[in-house]
Design a protein around this ligand. Sequence first.
Ligand code: AMP
Ligand code: MG
Length: 432
Amino acid sequence: MRTFAAYGAEKNRRSGRDPSPTRFCYQQGGLVIPLAEAQENVLARCSVLEPAVVGIGEARGLVTTGTVTAPEPVPHFDNTAMDGFAVRSVDVVDAPVALTIVGTVAAGPVPDITVGAGQAARIMTGAAIPPGSDAVIMVELTEVGSDGTRVTVTRPVPAGNHIRRAGEDLVVGQTVFGPGEVLTPGHLGVLTSLGIYQVRVRPRARVGVMSTGSELIEGPQALEVGQIRDSNRHTLLALLAEAGCEPVDLGCLADDEDEIAAGIGAGVEACDALLTSGGVSMGDYDYVKKVLDEIGDMTWMQVAIKPAKPLAFGLVKGVPVFGLPGNPVSSMVSFELFARPGLRRMMGHPPDAWHRRPVTGRAAEPLRRRADGKTHFARVRVEYAGGEYLARSAGGQGSHQLSAMAAADALAVLPDGDGLDGGDPVELLILR
Ligand code: AMP
Ligand code: MG
């Protein structure tokens, strides 16, 4: 195990820096480090996953690792953008003019008609342009005679009118997208429009979630005094899904050293990363801390933030393990500030997309706090009004008060001090 004191000393030795009081402050329980430092420590040890080929149905949100080039043109053939008539533009120069209807071209079949001088073919959007014609006139600018054999074209149209040319979107060999592209629904549409159904990407991280605590109960049965329901596991599984990972439910374990050791051991075999909840504080039954100390290369951090001050992070058999605090709000905030960025890094997102991009809003009411040397992440509701984001408290700010976290649209970053007055600018991490 590396304590943070050791980690900090080692780091300072390497950088030739003094642990100045602005960067490190001593608090009960050891060295407290700034958030950015803790995040740097976590991110440095979350290695990018090896690329894999996945089917298009699995690829949304994943990041490409190679260059995709177009194997065929899009559109594949000249076709009409409108329902109307395919004509020879020279025939309609003196419109209005009546032409003989020689047939109909639908979307799908190869056209079996040729449009000759004085002729027109009915044509439907997406249908191939029949030989002989060089323009399409929209149906609204035509009148079909009562016997259905002749059409009057009311206006002249230039050659190429309403024709979508082959290769107008993509030509053969063109780079469609390069490495590092996050695959959106639009990208998946482009790939399938080219007949590409497999794509090389950084895979979705498989992330195991295990809650620990002998007080935890799963299910609707009545609680005895002392028992609580396991909510963290379900929250974390959902946060993982939202972050584009593949969540793996590793269950709820008692505060039992052997059980926890077996659970973590099995978890790191099956997953790319692990989240544990609870058991990493200073209590007598905090066996997660003890087990991770024995089997992992862990760094124990006290981060100058509230909530989510304690963080255990390290590698077990090379697999990143995030030992998140048990308090429900702390575990969510810790996920947000450490696990989500680390997992995004593993899945190949670029550095500027690891963290949420902060936006500056305004406090719509006083957002008070106590000076304690830490940055506070207040749970706030955000309204967009008058061209700016206005933040109000989402409710009780205790680390056990999950309902305000559930109601929050954002975390408001409150620097050390006594908080903000109504009207003050505030940095917001928008969660949804
Ligand atoms: P711990 O980190 O194990 O000391 O737990 C801190 C607090 O969080 C205690 O009040 C626990 O009962 C509570 N807690 C721990 N795990 C969970 C969980 N999975 N769901 C809800 N609350 C939890
Ligand atoms: Mg516990």
